[in-house]
Write a protein that binds this ligand. Structure first.
Ligand SMILES: Cc1ncc(COP(=O)(O)O)c(C=O)c1O
Length: 330
């Protein structure tokens, strides 16, 4: 079976883990610090803060910006559930804006109409390895004084007009094994704002600035040095991995017939976390079965948009019509 997302773990990762185990420092320590520094350099930002997952990176980033009860955060309904759930965790309300059916990302031209006096932030989700259209998003944020928390969990190394995702606002990344690089489990927050970086570090460590003095409510979202050692070894390979994904995507796009291949807007460096095609005419499931029969891994990303998920409908009362979003899985 060709796996849809097999983590590529080599001798470097194995050696790095053994070195950590032998070092006696296996919780958050020097490897985490080194990983943070190299990740910040990859994104072209001043600070990176490692956490336990992409979900906790999002949660921490929202808290670090003071987003909470009564606030609204504009985001995409066509993403992994963690994007919107993180907004719920801090007591805020996710406000879903329809997607651009060509890119699958939030449609910036629909954002302004969703801004209210409660809007605190925009959370663009760079889906499948492709950056959102950031120029209009950043100008709206500027115009309305909104924060930008990027969900770059699927887009390590993706660029928009030469700028790496995660460096426009506060960035968040997942290091789950299916991602372009992994630390087994893990997350990363990126920022140029030293106060936000400090807030994230305090929230990650039980609200503790001085040992055993807790001035605010925090969590245990610390990454271990074992995970960071894997992440560091993977980060060194990110360019190579992304180049291979791009080459493979180009081969598929030049040869596939009868399907809509991924669209690459001008100025975007797409890193193909997923190679996502659209199949019309009700043939999607038949193709899925055919590929499975031929031992080629596939998936439907995502079968149910977030505003149609049971919890969001039955518990939170979402009843939206976002015509492009359901269409994106046909
Ligand atoms: C867009 C998006 N946001 C957030 C997350 C959450 O990351 P994690 O699984 O590391 O918590 C993911 C992970 O799949 C994701 O794809």
């Amino acid at each position: 079976m060709i796996s849809i997302a097999k983590p590529l773990i080599g001798p470097e990762e194995k050696q790095a883990v053994l070195e950590v185990l032998d070092s006696g420092i296996i919780a958050q320590g020097p490897r985490v610090k080194a990983f943070e520094q190299e990740f910040a350099a990859m994104c072209g930002v001043d600070h990176a803060i490692a956490t336990t997952s992409g979900t906790t990176a999002l949660h921490t980033a929202l808290l670090a910006h003071g987003i909470g009860i009564g606030d609204e955060v504009i985001t995409s309904p066509f993403t992994f559930i963690a994007s919107a759930n993180s907004i719920l965790y801090v007591g805020a309300k996710p406000v879903f804006v329809d997607i651009d059916p060509q890119t699958f990302n939030i449609n910036p031209s629909l954002i302004e109409a969703a801004i209210t006096s409660h809007t605190k932030a925009i959370m663009p989700v760079h889906l499948f390895g492709l950056s959102c259209d950031m120029d209009p998003i950043m100008s709206l944020a500027d115009q309305y004084g909104l924060l930008v928390i990027e969900d770059a969990c699927q887009s390590h190394g993706a660029k928009y007009r030469g700028k790496t995702v995660g460096s426009f606002g506060t960035g968040t990344f997942s290091l789950y094994p299916t991602k372009n690089i992994t630390s087994a489990e893990g997350g990363m927050i990126t920022t140029n704002d030293s106060q936000i970086a400090e807030n994230c570090r305090v929230i990650r460590q039980h609200g503790m600035r001085r040992r055993y003095y807790h001035d605010e409510l925090g969590f245990n979202f610390r990454m271990t040095d074992v995970h960071a050692a894997i992440g560091l070894a993977q980060l060194k390979k990110l360019d190579k991995f992304n180049q291979a994904r791009i080459r493979n995507a180009h081969v598929l796009s030049s040869r596939l017939r009868g399907v809509t291949p991924p669209f690459i807007p001008e100025g975007c460096h797409h890193v193909f976390h997923q190679y996502t095609i659209c199949i019309t005419g009700g043939k999607r499931d038949a193709l899925l079965d055919y590929l499975t029969d031929h031992e080629i891994g596939t998936g439907v990303y995502y079968p149910v948009p977030i505003h149609k998920q049971t919890y969001y409908q039955s518990q939170l009362g979402y009843n939206l019509s976002l015509p492009e979003t359901p269409a994106a899985h046909c």
